[in-house]
Design a protein around this ligand. Structure first.
Ligand code: 9YT
Length: 136
């Protein structure tokens, strides 16, 4: 069994900060669960463009107020405690935080470490390393 707290991750390599958000990565690929699990705090007044073209993400809001705007059609959903959104279509979107938001996020495939968004709003795909046979 794995038991971990956000408190024990602070200041470690599982504590990833950007100008718009900080992500405490409770479970990563190396934990072998098949998904990663994060607590993400989004800073108030920020707008983040996101496009997880290589990942699926589900987001459950436990604190704060904000919205998600799906692109290109532009539909906007209010996000508040108790609301979940799932990017099942690799949806491009804006995440806007009105107040500080605390979100529980699950990624499939799991993140491997310290990923942050590139200029496309994307996290890189992780190539699986297949080991066949034994070393020469
Ligand atoms: C909701 C969202 O995707 N925010 C960006 C950070 C991401 N959740 C992460 O890397 O933990």
């Amino acid at each position: 069994m794995i038991v971990r707290s956000v408190a024990e991750l602070l200041g470690t390599d599982q504590d990833v900060a950007t100008p718009n958000w900080v992500s405490r990565r409770l479970l990563l690929k190396r934990d072998g669960m098949g998904f990663s699990l994060h607590e993400t705090t989004v800073f108030p007044g920020t707008e983040t463009y996101i496009w997880y073209k290589h990942h699926l993400e589900a987001v459950f809001c436990v604190e704060g107020q904000g919205e998600v705007q799906v692109l290109p059609e532009g539909r906007t959903y209010r996000i508040e405690p108790g609301v979940m959104y799932a990017l099942d279509q690799h949806d491009k979107h804006y995440l806007r935080a009105k107040t500080k938001m605390r979100l529980v996020c699950v990624f499939n495939p799991p993140l491997t470490g310290r990923e942050v968004h590139d200029e496309e709003g994307t996290y890189p795909v992780v190539e699986e390393m297949t080991v066949t046979g034994s070393p020469a």
